[in-house]
Ligand binder design. Structure first.
Ligand SMILES: [Zn+2]
Length: 396
């Protein structure tokens, strides 16, 4: 077995650890940059290595449609295809397929949907998704799950959660079969992570965790269906429930959650892995993360500002370029602008998790996290930027 998770330090429920995968170790907690289409938008793998990224994410739905998982496999698998030799996790496509409201129909066997690219008819089943993820060759592969909207009523959330459990068993059987019958896959030893569902209903989250634990001994656990429109206190409450109901000696991955305050709150609640498209998407929209909240460089007040985006940030963008220059690039729609902002934003979250690890290790995490949140949220309130879109993390 190529996988191992060891915890080192604890501060309340926060912990540091090392998650070993076939493509190397990951210090946790960590933020994974999202490379939906086998590229973290605007960033070269060298950039990612330089800013300290260790594990990145790809997406089965998108890569199956384009360029096709069979082609990726023919080209040696995702690691070789995109020249990233570190750990990779692939999302199963459940979130994307269930986001195709009106374009998909669900039955117990799987989901029929139309491609968002060319309208072609497609079908995902737990078995077909395991084959797609086998072909892509990530280290960690997520189960195919049924994702319900964040504020779904009890019955809807229960149906999705129970179907996810039934699909998990089918994923487990197929994953084991492929490991046995397809030993020449790009990454022979892959870890299958189940996904905890249940919306914002504590009893369903507990039932989901019980069902998952009854179904096998898993290398790690995904927590899905959060940050999909529910209120933040509801999300944090669900993390409290899940923390109690999952084994503590395995990594937990909170899917699609990547606002800085959510990362800090979730680390406090025992989460180890995160991903979100927000940092690169924000970069393309001219927005940057700072310790004092998000800023938008299109705002005129940055016009003649000689300072960096964040004077404590040690990324390439902040070491070399002023807000005035970055604002100029953004307003002129120069490619370099979105690249430099994406670089900074991904670095910001990777470094935030590095600082969280250091604080847990030296026993200062409680004070550090409280001070960090106070400062960040005060800046957000001052700019009136606390309001959120309803679906902040669609992985398109
Ligand atoms: Zn920076």
């Amino acid at each position: 077995m190529s996988f191992r998770f060891t915890t080192h330090h604890e501060a309340g429920r926060a912990r540091t650890g090392t998650f070993v995968t076939p493509h190397g170790p990951i210090a946790t907690p960590t933020f994974m940059a999202v490379g939906t289409l086998a590229t973290v938008k605007a960033l070269d793998p060298d950039d990612l290595r330089a800013l300290g990224a260790t594990m990145i994410l790809g997406n089965a739905y998108h890569l199956h449609l384009r360029p096709g998982d069979a082609l990726v496999r023919e080209m040696g698998g995702l690691h070789r295809f995109m020249d990233w030799d570190g750990p990779i996790l692939t999302d199963s496509g459940g979130f994307q397929v269930f986001s195709l409201e009106g374009l998909r129909t669900i039955d117990e066997g799987g989901v029929d949907f139309r491609s968002h690219i060319d309208g072609s008819k497609q079908r995902f089943t737990p078995e077909s998704v395991m084959q797609i993820e086998r072909n892509l060759g990530a280290d960690v592969v997520m189960q195919f799950d049924h994702v319900a909207p964040g504020q779904s009523a009890l019955d809807t959330s229960r149906d999705a959660m129970e179907r996810s459990l039934r699909w998990l068993e089918r994923c487990r059987v197929e994953h084991a079969r492929l490991r046995r019958d397809d030993p020449d896959a790009p990454t022979p030893d892959q870890a299958l992570f189940p996904i905890v569902q249940g919306g914002i209903h504590a009893e369903l989250r507990q039932a989901s965790c019980r069902g998952i634990r009854d179904g096998g001994d898993w290398i790690g656990y995904g927590i899905g269906g959060l940050s999909v429109g529910e209120a933040k206190p509801d999300m944090y409450a669900m993390l409290d429930v899940v923390d109690d109901a999952l084994p503590h000696d395995r990594p937990r991955y909170l899917m699609g959650v990547g606002y800085p305050e959510d990362l800090v709150e979730a680390v406090r609640r025992g989460v180890d892995l995160f991903d979100c498209v927000a940092p690169t998407r924000m970069g393309r929209n001219g927005a940057a993360l700072t310790r004092d909240g998000r800023i938008n460089l299109r705002n005129a007040r940055h016009r003649a500002d000689p300072g960096p985006l964040d004077d404590a940030c040690d990324c390439t963008t902040c070491r070399r370029f002023s807000r005035a220059y970055l604002r100029h690039l953004v307003t002129a729609d120069e490619m370099l602008g979105l690249r430099l902002l994406s670089l900074h934003n991904v670095h910001f979250l990777v470094a935030l998790m590095r600082d969280a690890r250091a604080a847990v290790a030296d026993g200062t995490f409680d004070g550090w996290s409280a001070a960090w949140l106070d400062r960040y949220l005060a800046g957000e309130r001052a700019r009136g930027s606390v309001a959120r879109p309803v679906l902040p993390h669609s992985k398109k």
